[in-house]
Design a protein around this ligand. Structure first.
Ligand code: XIL
Length: 363
């Protein structure tokens, strides 16, 4: 047993949610050998769904055409099975972390429609096919909706080659590769008023066109200073009304000042030396008052999830402990964020207790 408050001594979070929905975590297998790290140990005790933070993205699974690499994905799936957790696939079709060869024709110009479709189908058949029957949920398409006010779909190379058919085709290919996995459309800020109508439109169109989309993933990269609970609940209700399951796929609540509200990984905000005190205030640790506000924010979002537990299949945290969070490097590189339930030493934060209480309070 660890010291009081350690990840080892506090009750497994997953037990508080048993029978409600899966509570998951993302693990970045690029740094860790088989098991044994703080992140994997925390995940194995507390979470019952695992997502590869990077290991199943196209750049990881097919870095060159026809050369598939499954080392990281295999490791995650094996660890999930060992820990009694559900392996989750992320992601098949995306504009980021996808090698340029996917979109380049033999003549070096943008790929033709036929070749783009063939490459998409081969990729999905091979990757989703490898894990068929083991990965239970797949983020089939990630972040297809534009953030721009006057634009509906994000202008990606997939859209350029295939038009909006690319989404329909991706879902059909995923279903052909794996008849049983829950097929998910995943995106950020689709709970927010500026993007929610476009998400509802896209999901309706996909359903009308017969695409086998079954669930919507709200990423849930939220910020403490502008968390909008009403919009989150409105979104869950609206997506559920389409007959879809709802997942929170990448939950974290950043505590650092950030101008950019999105989660497009291509966005970067530099920080000058003079700005550091203002933009990176908690390098020595999270002050108690901020830790309490973070805990109340987590309590509030989980209270919403409990109200909607009948449509929510899974809530996944984007990381295990604060030291493993991508927000330490995004959108401003080199900061010290504290967005998760366990701190850098693996101690349960006030947010951990708040989330657990939110689950138990709903009984
Ligand atoms: C992030 C990972 O956490 C980072 O390690 C990586 O450098 C970039 O991608 N939305 C998504 C995730 O769907 O795949 C992203 O993950 C975060 C935003």
């Amino acid at each position: 047993m660890g010291a009081v408050g350690d990840w080892q001594s506090v009750p497994p979070l997953r037990e508080a949610f048993a029978g409600r929905f899966l509570v998951g975590a993302a693990l970045d297998w690029r740094q860790s050998a088989e098991g044994g790290t703080l992140a994997t140990d925390i995940a194995c005790r507390h979470f019952d769904a695992f997502t590869c933070e990077n290991g199943m993205k196209p750049e990881a699974t097919q870095p060159e055409e026809g050369r598939f690499t499954f080392e990281l994905g295999d490791r995650m799936v094996a660890a999930a099975e060992r820990c009694g957790a559900t392996p989750v696939g992320h992601t098949l079709i995306w504009h980021s972390q996808t090698p340029a060869w996917f979109h380049t024709g033999p003549d070096g110009r943008p790929v033709s429609r036929d070749l783009a479709l063939e490459r998409m189908q081969t990729h999905i058949a091979t990757v989703a096919g490898r894990y068929a029957g083991r990965v239970r949920q797949w983020d089939v398409v990630n972040e297809a909706i534009s953030d721009a006010a006057d634009e509906y779909l994000r202008p990606t190379p997939w859209l350029a080659a295939l038009g909006d058919d690319y989404l329909v085709e991706a879902f059909h290919a995923a279903r052909a590769a794996d008849g049983g996995a829950l097929l998910v459309y995943n995106d950020y800020n689709i709970d927010m008023a500026y993007k929610r109508p476009k998400a509802l439109r896209l999901l309706r169109e996909l359903l009308d066109r017969g695409a086998p989309v079954q669930a919507v993933g709200i990423q849930g990269h939220w910020r403490l200073h502008d968390l909008n609970l009403a919009e989150i609940e409105t979104a869950i209700e609206a997506f559920a009304a389409l007959g879809l399951k709802v997942l929170i796929t990448e939950l974290d609540i950043g505590v650092l000042p950030t101008r950019y509200r999105g989660a497009d990984i291509n966005h970067r905000e530099p920080m000058t030396a003079e700005q550091r005190a203002e933009l990176d205030p908690y390098t020595a640790g999270l002050p108690d008052d901020v830790a309490e506000r973070l805990a109340e924010a987590y309590r509030a979002v989980f209270a919403i999830f409990m109200r909607w537990e009948s449509v929510i299949e899974r809530v996944t945290l984007w990381g295990t402990h604060d030291g493993a969070s991508w927000l330490n490097g995004f959108p401003v590189p080199g900061r010290t964020d504290h967005p998760l339930l366990f701190d850098r030493q693996g101690r349960a934060k006030a947010a951990y207790y708040a989330v657990r209480e939110a689950a138990l309070a709903a009984d």
